[in-house]
Design a protein around this ligand. Structure first.
Ligand SMILES: [Zn+2]
Length: 313
């Protein structure tokens, strides 16, 4: 009897952690220093306040995040002094940094050569700062998730990134958080607390719906096993206020927060990817299309968010 009770107790102990966090994901934040009015990123006091408020939220969550910088978002006059302070704050909070181009350049409007020059310009502050801490700038995130709308451009961009030693950071869990963030920013500027709460709650519900879609969809690529996911979010006031709820949602669904390095070891990230598309979409769609299978799309944000976003922009 005692032995059975002990056996049941030890099985319970074994079963709980194993059943609890069996999924994994790497969280990434794009568009550093922040999605905010340009003026805020030219004022050192305002820019540091945005950064520190965001990191005060993020650091205790130990999310192993990687963040992608647009160096050109900080005004030229302030850049040499302000950007290293901002980046140091992110690194001190345990977040790794990657390149997201200097000016968030849209490849559809330019050449591969000009685009690669913007990649080079995007690492002037970040690369030496990482080096001084014994780290290497390795990760690159494509603006708009655009990989090139012709096969020539796509090949030239991929070769250029590889020659520079970059590892591309794909996105699997794409979700339009930026659309909610734009509406949230407007509510914030208007001091409309009720609207902020409504947008935040709709955002959390949308992120759950996106997971309901992507979890089984991703498993279709991997014989029923869900791969390690990469989540794309943005450095915004929406996430400063609501990311803890998103983080809790993932924990409740059994996710472990791993580094990008660890997530990219999943074999899914070496899956053949042969699509040439103008749209910026999840790699889950790119791999599905590369396999010659039919793409199905994740849920869109609610209509009232789409309408409010269009009105704001
Ligand atoms: Zn971006």
């Amino acid at each position: 009897m005692l032995r059975i009770a002990a056996l049941v107790a030890s099985l319970t102990l074994l079963a709980v952690p194993a059943a609890a966090q069996t999924r994994s994901l790497a969280v990434t934040f794009d568009d550093l220093p922040y999605q905010a009015a340009d003026a805020a990123l030219c004022d050192p006091k305002a820019a540091m306040a945005l950064t520190n408020d965001f990191l005060r939220m993020l650091k205790p969550l130990k999310s192993n995040a990687t963040a992608f910088v647009n160096e050109g978002k900080v005004c030229e006059a302030q850049r040499p002094t302000l950007l290293p302070r901002i980046e140091a704050a992110w690194l001190d909070a345990g977040v790794d940094l990657g390149n997201h181009t200097f000016s968030h350049l849209n490849i559809h409007t330019t050449t591969a050569e000009a685009w690669l020059a913007d990649v080079d310009r995007g690492e002037i502050v970040t690369r030496p700062l990482l080096k001084a801490r014994g780290k290497t700038l390795r990760y690159f995130r494509h603006p708009f998730l655009f990989l090139g709308e012709t096969s020539e451009k796509k090949a030239a961009m991929a070769e250029g990134l590889q020659a520079r030693g970059y590892t591309v950071a794909p996105v699997t869990l794409d979700n339009n958080d930026w659309m909610f963030a734009a509406v949230y920013r407007q509510a914030e500027a208007a001091g409309d607390e009720a609207l902020k709460a409504r947008v935040g709650e709709a955002y959390v519900a949308h992120m759950a719906a996106v997971l309901d879609f992507f979890e089984p969809y991703s498993a279709e690529l991997t014989a029923g096993r869900e791969p390690a996911q990469v989540l794309l979010l943005h450095a915004s006031s929406l996430n400063r206020d609501w990311y803890p709820k998103i983080h809790a949602l993932y924990l409740a669904r059994g996710y472990r927060f791993v580094t990008l390095d660890e997530a990219l070891k999943d074999p899914i990230y070496s899956h053949a990817e042969t699509t040439v598309k103008k749209a910026g979409v999840s790699w889950l769609h790119r791999w599905t299309a590369s396999d010659g299978r039919k793409v199905r799309w994740e849920p869109e944000p609610p209509d009232w968010i789409v309408t409010a976003y269009k009105a704001a922009s």
